[in-house]
Design a protein around this ligand. Structure first.
Ligand code: AMP
Length: 183
């Protein structure tokens, strides 16, 4: 399967691009931060974007959508609703209240530990992983390991944005990867 370059309608791509604000040197020098808050504040665009993030996985038997704290939560919840799936949070260390499994991870501008509830994937759990930005892929790869470590199967990944130069996609292996906008 691998990566899918969706043939996005150019007008839709332009609407998405207009909803993303580029902030140089945030949160640290040299990082160009892609701020999606203007997109989220536009009700029609927010709805259309999350529908487009879900659409390639309709019929894929997704039982749960994982959202990665915190912007991932905002996108993953409507994606889960649109697929008729449940929602599973992956959070930064110390935030989840029950028994957890953790993984170290590195991202474009830092590192830390991510956690999932140890009982998050009961039975045959087929998971779609959702986040706003794919940069180096460290966050998504660690999230996939967490899902597998609690018994889930990773069906695919859905990102709003991929920063191609940072080489994230090859780190995600063969699972289907859907990206709406590439920089
Ligand atoms: P990475 O693990 O390097 O793929 O980084 C992805 C994670 O970090 C996602 O959860 C993003 O929200 C965040 N992130 C990394 N780089 C950026 C960026 N340039 N703009 C916005 N968010 C970013």
């Amino acid at each position: 399967m691998g990566s899918s370059v969706s043939a996005l309608d150019p007008r839709f791509a332009a609407r998405i691009r207009a909803g993303i604000r580029d902030i140089p040197d945030f949160p640290s020098p040299g990082i160009l931060f892609r701020d999606i808050t203007p997109l989220l504040a536009d009700g029609a665009l927010f709805r259309d974007v999350t529908a487009a993030m879900a659409a390639p996985f309709a019929g894929a038997g997704v039982t749960h959508v994982v959202g990665i704290e915190s912007r991932g939560f905002v996108l993953a919840a409507p994606v889960a609703q649109s697929l008729g799936a449940g929602f599973i949070p992956i959070r930064k260390q110390g935030k989840l209240p029950w028994k957890t499994v953790g993984r170290e991870y590195g991202l474009e501008y830092g590192s830390g530990e991510l956690e999932i509830h140890a009982d998050a994937c009961p039975g045959d759990c087929r998971v779609l992983i959702v986040d706003d930005v794919l940069a180096t892929g460290g966050t998504a790869a660690a999230s996939a390991e967490l899902v597998r470590s609690v018994g889930g199967t990773v069906v695919g990944y859905s990102f709003l944005i991929a920063l191609g130069a940072l080489g994230g996609e090859p780190r995600l292996g063969n699972a289907r990867t859907n990206v709406l906008l590439r920089f």
